[in-house]
Write a protein that binds this ligand. Structure first.
Ligand code: HEM
Length: 493
């Protein structure tokens, strides 16, 4: 039966591919013999293929192009027509096997769960990301950014060129640790933490595993040294989280928050971390300690480097465009005057122009450059039927360079997000947080954090970027990163 399934699958894939353009391929190797090995060159190559094949016959391809990754058929969805079909689906929510490497670290956390397991868990976690909960984290954004500003201060007005990416990353990590786990990591002030090092290495190794198919073969993975390092870093990261969970549990027990009904008033007045909320719902929802740990580690993974990438790129683009930066300064001065307070919820709501700049950076350089699904059933898109089991890659970059919707697709231009322009655009042409039922649960958290941090940074500094777009090409890892950091000069205003 397996062989017949296999033959049916391949004949369906071939039929679909005959209607969709893609680079030339040869049996077994697919297009792998054409792949550039250097990541930078490979990223240019994929971009070039995307442009060429999406534009070849947009009507016929329905916004898709195909790729044989060795013997594995892959579809890339690059415009809102095809993306909508995939992301809007309530049933095509399975992640491809490439994500399995993350399972060892993130267990059955939300980001890699599938099917009914996913629906139930998503429903359970959604209230923890309600705005009423998130607004309580705003003071943490302010306090942690203050530490970042003090570090920036050491480099300001000296003409020194400083790469602010690692500094922003550590600030992002401290923020997510305090909001998700209720713990102060202090990575901005002391850099030598085993836990921080483990989290960084785990993301890097996972990316290598995803992009080098030979590492998927167990013997090679084991002898390469990666397996040992990955396992030991997993243990460090997970043991750290387990310890924090125990400490929080004891603290909540002492306050009587774990037994019986907790009133809404109690929840409102406490500064509860996401983990505290999970602990409070643990019994009623039969969540095991390990499931709880997996969710907390997922928040740490999804919620730190993504934000750092988005905030870093916004800052770097603004550092190249004094005309837009001036508007940011004007908005900040109007909101804060000469007051030095940390941004409040009301202040953040008033940051309309900063939000446009942030969204424009997300459009140009979406922090999650690849969203992937494995189809759970045959899926028609136009007159093409993609077979069950096929890997589909959704490309936020392609969608947000579609000249039908973006006046200046290749340029940083915050006016793209003027309200009338936003209203006239298909929502699936801007998907940095994905879309449909499986979109980013932390989206509101991310926007709040970014606006708060950017306002504090630009209130104190004027920034000049060193590399100018399109130099400093973003590299597509699990999370997008600049190839040359975010090198800037800082001047106190
Ligand atoms: C700029 C910042 C962020 C960006 C661009 C971003 C982007 C995304 C994207 C594209 C997905 C879908 C991934 C996929 O389907 O493969 C996703 C999922 C997710 N994100 Fe975010 N994210 C950001 C910040 C955050 C934060 C701050 C948190 C948590 C505190 C978070 C938690 C999650 C979780 C748990 C999922 C899985 C959702 C599910 O599968 O139901 N993200 N994010």
């Amino acid at each position: 039966r397996k062989i017949t399934d296999f033959i049916t699958y391949y004949s369906k894939a071939r039929k679909a591919f005959s209607k969709i353009p893609g680079p030339p391929s040869i049996p077994l190797f697919g297009s792998a013999h054409l792949f550039k090995w250097n990541v930078m060159k490979f990223s240019y190559q994929v971009e070039e293929w995307g442009r060429k094949y999406l534009l070849a016959d947009p009507e016929k391809s329905h916004g898709m192009w195909h790729l044989w990754a060795g013997p594995v058929p892959v579809i890339v969805c690059g415009t809102h027509e095809s993306i909508r079909v995939i992301l809007e689906s309530n049933s095509n929510i399975t992640k491809p096997h490439h994500y399995q490497i993350l399972e060892k670290w993130l267990g059955t956390g939300l980001v890699i769960r599938t099917n009914n397991d996913w629906h139930a868990r998503r429903k359970l976690l959604t209230p923890a990301f309600h705005f009423n909960i998130l607004r309580r984290y705003i003071p943490i954004f302010g306090e942690q950014t203050q530490i970042l500003l003090n570090i920036f201060d050491e480099h300001a007005d000296t003409n020194e060129i400083v790469d602010v990416f690692p500094l922003i990353k550590r600030c992002g990590l401290d923020i997510i640790a305090e909001t998700a786990m209720g713990t102060r990591l202090g990575s901005q002030t002391h850099h030598n933490s085993q836990y921080i090092d483990a989290v960084y290495r785990l993301s890097q190794i996972a990316w290598d595993h995803i992009r080098f198919p030979w590492l998927w073969l167990k013997p090679i993975w084991n002898i390469s040294g990666y397996a040992n390092e990955f396992n030991s870093k997993c243990e460090i990261a997970q043991n750290f989280t387990r310890k924090v969970i125990e400490q929080r549990r004891e603290a909540l027990e002492e306050e009587g928050l774990l037994d019986g009904e907790v009133t809404e008033e109690q929840v409102k007045t406490k500064k509860l971390a996401l983990l505290d909320l999970l602990l409070m719902m643990q019994k009623a929802n039969a969540l095991s300690d390990e499931e709880l740990r997996a969710e907390v580690d997922t928040f740490m993974f999804e919620g730190s480097d993504t934000n750092a990438s988005a905030i870093g790129f916004t800052l770097w683009f603004l550092g190249q465009h004094p005309e837009y930066q001036e508007k940011v300064h004007e908005e900040i001065d109007e909101i804060f005057g000469s007051d030095n307070r940390h941004p409040t919820e009301e202040d953040i709501c008033r940051m309309v122009y900063i939000e446009k700049c942030y969204k424009e950076a997300l459009r140009m350089t979406p922090p999650v450059p690849i969203i992937a699904r494995q189809l759970s059933h045959d899926t028609p898109i136009g007159d093409v039927v993609l077979p069950e089991g096929m890997t589909v890659i959704v490309s936020p970059v392609s969608a947000s360079r579609d000249a039908r919707y973006w006046e200046r697709p290749e340029e940083f231009y915050p006016n793209h997000f003027d309200s009338d322009k936003q209203a006239a655009r298909d929502s699936y042409s801007f998907i940095p947080f994905s879309g449909g039922p499986r979109n980013c649960i932390g989206q509101k958290f991310a926007v709040l954090e970014a606006k708060s941090m950017l306002a504090q940074i630009f209130r104190r500094f004027r920034i000049e970027s060193i590399d100018i777009w399109p130099a400093n090409r973003p590299l597509p890892e699990i999370i997008l990163k600049p190839s040359n950091g975010f090198k800037v000069q800082l001047y106190r205003r």
